[in-house]
Design a protein. Sequence first.
Length: 158
Amino acid sequence: MAPDAKKIAAPKWQDLDFLIVSQDDQLRFWARSVFRKAGAADVFSAPTGSEAPHILKTATADVILLDLFKEPRLAVRFVEHLRSLEHFATIPLILRIQSGDEKWVRAACQSGIQNVIRKPVAEAELLKRVAATITDPRPLVWTDNYVGKERRTPDPNF
């Protein structure tokens, strides 16, 4: 049985600021309420990837939840742009997708996302997946033989 999201030890929700980037107003409202209910320090949202950097100039984000845009290539470009900035190079980035977006997920994995959540997602599952991403923020990789967390470590004996 999966542990309840609030019982996952690592994240202290009250220490975390979230940024939600989605063109879907209902998703932004719902995710904001989920993170606030969990006790998040602050939750910001932007309807597009082009507006998100303006928010990030004055606000912090410890985790970014990115909804795959109507134009998926823009989402991939947004991920690439964030990863090119030193401050955002390691921030946990979670991509929310619909079934059928797999080719864009591969591109997003190569750009540096840490987790993928399929729509629809329940509140408890969202919190559980975000908590797991925070505790283990390794990027996802997608190869012909493997899809999942990067398994390489700095340990030469691994």
